[in-house]
Design a protein around this ligand. Sequence first.
Ligand code: PDD
Length: 284
Amino acid sequence: MRTVYVNGAYVPENEATVSVFDRGFLFGDGIYEVAAVVGGKLIDFPAHTARLHRSANELGMRFTVSDEELLAIHRELISRNGVDEGVVYLQMTRGAIDRDFMFDTEKLTPTLVLFTQNRPLVDTGVAKAGMKIVSIPDLRWGRCDIKTVQLLYPSLGKMEAKSRGADDAWMVRDGVVTEGTSNNAFIVTQEGAIVTRPLSPSILPGITRAALMDYSAVSGTPVEEREFTIEEARNAAEAFITSASVFVGPVVSIDGVELSGGKPGPVTLGLRKQYIEESLKRAI
Ligand code: PDD
């Protein structure tokens, strides 16, 4: 049984409790982060903490824990649960108070929950076989740049992908791809440049996206930050997704059209290798 963290205490997962009046539960009034662990060490941790602060700021949520404490809690959970490879999930909500749409943030104490999930991240089926993607309309709210726990649409999107024989969905708004249900979307042009849409309130500023773009700039892979359509993606040389839990995930088909011969492409696999090597050097 896992040990989880709830509001200052380390407890067995079946003894952990949160109030039924928690605004995260009643209003989706919560934010989260998912940080990868490889070899017992955290990947891109400072960037995840910085984004958590940004999400809290954007929602006017109090932040009552220090960055040092956050790192210590992550490390304690990794150690207590013997995580070699997996993720640490962190959720912070505005807190618990009798149900009312209006709230006084100052009267609320944020709820903080963290737990671990053990799972392979480096040697995975997705990395070897790639993922099939289908496109769906992006029906989410207008502040997708904030990492809130309002994940019903992405969850239903993944279920629709599954029912259509695919692994995940890319969302389309105003004729262009925004992002994957839980990842950022990239294509590789026939000339070998990587393309991803610019940051805006329509997408999450992915930590893996940013790191990959930094590493690519250093190794000289051309990066084009611009919008692209599903039609352009279907005709691309390769495609892939980035996220903390998949790293760089090859896409081998989009809406039934095969890319790179239905196998992970060489540029994608090179970027995946580079991302894993570079981020492991910086893991803490
Ligand atoms: N999802 N876009 C969306 C909508 C996401 O939910 C995520 C992450 C990303 C990638 O961001 P990052 O590289 O920082 O993980 C992009 C996490 C992994 C999740 O919900 O499990």
